[in-house]
Design a protein around this ligand. Structure first.
Ligand code: KG4
Ligand code: ZN
Length: 329
């Protein structure tokens, strides 16, 4: 079965073709238009998707030497995300349907992130716990099957990736800042001073929820108190201390969720799952039960959306797209 996957929920225009769960092509255009504004500008995102989606799809088809009529299904992200950005992808998918009659299914973006694991581990046993950790979301799900998810905990304020991006902005990194913070933290070196230490939030009433806004504020106070010159000079140590706090929060909650649910398999997905320190710390704490897709399948991409479409079609769970910018899983 050939599935075309389309993802335009935020600032990546992404298109992929799968043959069942095998990737034939997976292309992403990361919108550089937002960097100078320090964050995603919704109107710019919609315009950039509109400008790129047609050519990107043509390139994917050309790369695989397939024509559009060889596709059996078009899977498109329809929730959650920026309304105008989602609208571009959904309209484009419906345009393909109008022209060719190929069925179109709507996919929840978070389900797409979770399904990315089936591309690298098609044999992964169910159930598993999935930590979706990205720029817009931080949530833990118990996955009993494709289409059967229960949320065990989520952020009550900022997403982890959002905290990376906001702290990055304070420290003078361009948007998005996650990778740059990880690289800067490595420059602190193993033996370097540990004078910056930031708090790890623990929510007493709901121990599987996350909170990152206090951490962000703590970095802000630290930088303000120490001053610009000191903060510039000690940026690697600040980045390492911030990253350690985020990692500790995510790892603690994964360990608690594994304990509470009795499920020892943990899948880490979403853009922040590219972070090697997080991968290493999770494996150290939870061992062989931890797995993650390769980095290019953790960040937003079309293959994860196509994969969710393919998996849902096997279970007769296809549904027409319905735009829902605030939708949950
Ligand atoms: O999943 P994604 O591509 O888009 C959303 O659905 O949000 O995630 C993007 C987020 C950004 O906040 C970015 O800073 C973060 O993932 N990110 C990282 C790393 N690479 C990307 N955060 C920490 N360490 C990284 N290496
Ligand atoms: Zn995402």
């Amino acid at each position: 079965m050939i599935t075309l996957g389309i993802e335009t929920s935020c600032d990546e225009t992404a298109v992929a073709l799968l043959d069942d769960d095998r990737i034939l092509a997976n292309m992403v255009y990361s919108q550089i238009e937002h960097a100078r504004f320090g964050g995603v500008i919704p109107e710019l995102a919609s315009r950039a998707h509109l400008e790129k989606i047609d050519r990107l799809t043509a390139t994917v088809l050309k790369k695989t030497s397939l024509s559009i009529d060889k596709c059996n299904l078009v899977a498109v992200t329809d929730s959650p995300g920026l309304a105008g950005a989602l609208l571009v992808g959904v309209s484009f998918a419906l345009g393909i349907h109008a022209q060719t009659g190929i069925p179109v299914t709507g996919i929840n973006h978070l389900e797409g992130h979770i399904c990315a694991i089936f591309l690298s581990r098609p044999d992964i046993p169910l159930p598993f716990l999935a930590l979706v950790v990205s720029g817009g979301h931080t949530a833990m799900y118990r996955v009993d099957n494709v289409g059967k998810y229960s949320c065990l905990g989520q952020t009550v304020d900022d997403a982890a990736g959002e905290a990376f991006d906001k702290v990055g902005k304070m420290l003078g990194f361009p948007y998005p800042a996650g990778k740059a913070i990880e690289e800067e933290a490595l420059r602190a070196g193993a033996g370097a001073g540990r004078e910056a230490v930031f708090p790890v939030a623990r929510l007493s009433g709901s121990p599987l929820d996350f909170s990152f806004s206090g951490l962000k504020t703590a970095v802000k106070y630290y930088v303000t108190e120490k001053g610009k010159d000191y903060s510039r000079e000690h940026r690697p140590v600040i980045c390492r201390a911030f990253q350690e706090a985020v990692v500790a929060s995510l790892v603690n909650n994964c360990a608690a969720a594994a304990e509470k649910s009795g499920c020892k398999r943990i899948v880490l997905v979403g853009g922040v799952a590219c972070n090697m320190r997080l991968r290493e710390a999770l494996q150290q704490r939870l061992g062989d039960g931890v797995c993650f897709p390769p980095p290019e399948l953790c960040a937003d991409n079309g293959a994860m959306i196509a994969c969710a479409g393919f998996m849902r079609s096997k279970l007769n769970l296809l549904r027409p797209p319905h735009m829902d910018p605030g939708g949950t899983l």
